[in-house]
Design a protein around this ligand. Structure first.
Ligand code: CP
Length: 328
């Protein structure tokens, strides 16, 4: 079975969300449209809808997280699901229980969804291959591979500010090499038909053959930002780097840190994004991160509605169209 196909059921509907790769444009649009309908739930006096009442969602985070973990939990609670967070450090895995045995036990407790963050690429796929047929798995970030809900909330944020994707110029700047977010964003933006997608980074932080994914490579920051509608900054992921890929953080900031001065070459109405966590003074200056063009905290808020949309689709099994183009 191809990896991307694993996330669709036999009717072409979303059962798991493991990667953006393989999703069709209309499937991504359907998720963004559903998220739009959930935004208002956050403004209600009682921030709840009963869509997932009686369902049990389990957060399985083997790696640190602030935004993804909490917004998944908030999303599940706003959909009225019961939510469990397994503390990996105090779970029986420290006594030698295997991951798959732990999952079998959670299945025996009638859980319906596993939300998985793991340091190993492919972990969510592996789990999805082994769960019972009624269980859905959502990838909350696996190694360098994918972070699909982050990319979806980024697409949602871009659409809210810019409308159509086709005419846009988007620059993704920084540690593309180690970034699961960048990989998922590139798949989402190319699937949505963007006209000019750029990655901007030193040679040591550009993955080989990334141009085959439909991006233009820039090593000069100002060239890469020129006339951009959207600037997406990435954190240096030192925890995934092997060896010295950069001279120093100061020099990196000099060449690739986003400052107001460098941002001048982007369009006047360009927005600045960052998936977080941000490292001020390393990849972004505080003046920009907290400035009028920054939508960084808006991305976090939008994450709740987007995750509500994904969870309700996979658990409610709401149909999302395959567009008659066959299996993704
Ligand atoms: N963007 C993101 O994944 O942030 P966390 O690591 O805090 O979840």
């Amino acid at each position: 079975m191809k990896r991307a196909n694993l996330q669709l059921d036999e009717h072409g509907r979303l059962r798991h969300l493991l990667t953006i790769e393989g999703l069709k444009r209309q499937q991504i649009i359907a998720i963004l449209d559903a998220a739009e309908s959930f935004i208002s739930v956050g403004d209600q006096q009682v921030r709840k809808v009963p869509l997932l009442r009686g369902k049990t969602v389990v957060n399985l985070f083997f790696e640190a997280s602030t935004r993804t973990l909490t917004t998944f939990e908030l999303a599940a609670k706003r959909l009225s699901a019961d939510v469990l967070k397994i503390n990996i450090n105090t779970s029986a895995t420290v006594k030698g229980e295997s991951l798959l045995d732990m999952l079998r036990n959670l299945e025996a407790m009638q859980c319906d969804m596993f939300i998985v963050r793991h340091g190993d690429s492919g972990a969510a796929h592996l789990i999805a291959q082994h769960v019972a047929p009624h269980i859905s798995v959502l990838n909350a970030g696996d190694g360098r591979h994918a972070h699909p809900t982050q990319a979806l909330l980024d697409m949602f944020t871009i659409r809210r500010h810019k409308g159509e994707f086709a005419p846009l110029t988007v620059a993704i700047v920084g540690d593309v090499m180690h970034s699961r977010v960048a990989r998922s964003q590139i798949h989402a933006l190319t699937t949505l038909g963007i006209s000019d997608l750029r990655v901007v980074a030193p040679k040591t932080l550009i993955p080989t053959q990334v141009e085959n994914l439909g991006v233009h490579i820039y090593h000069d920051m100002k060239e890469g930002l020129r006339n951009a509608d959207v600037v997406i900054m990435l954190r240096l992921q030192k925890e995934r780097m092997q060896g010295a890929l950069l001279p120093s953080e100061q020099e990196y900031f000099q060449d690739y840190g986003l400052t107001e001065e460098k941002l001048q070459v982007a369009k006047d109405d360009a927005i600045v994004m960052h998936p977080g966590p941000i490292n001020r003074g390393v990849e972004i200056d505080s003046e920009v991160a907290d400035g009028p063009r920054s939508v960084i905290l808006e991305q976090v808020s939008n994450g709740i509605a987007v995750r509500m949309a994904v969870m309700s689709m996979v658990l409610g099994r709401a149909p999302i169209e395959t567009g008659g183009e066959g299996e993704a």
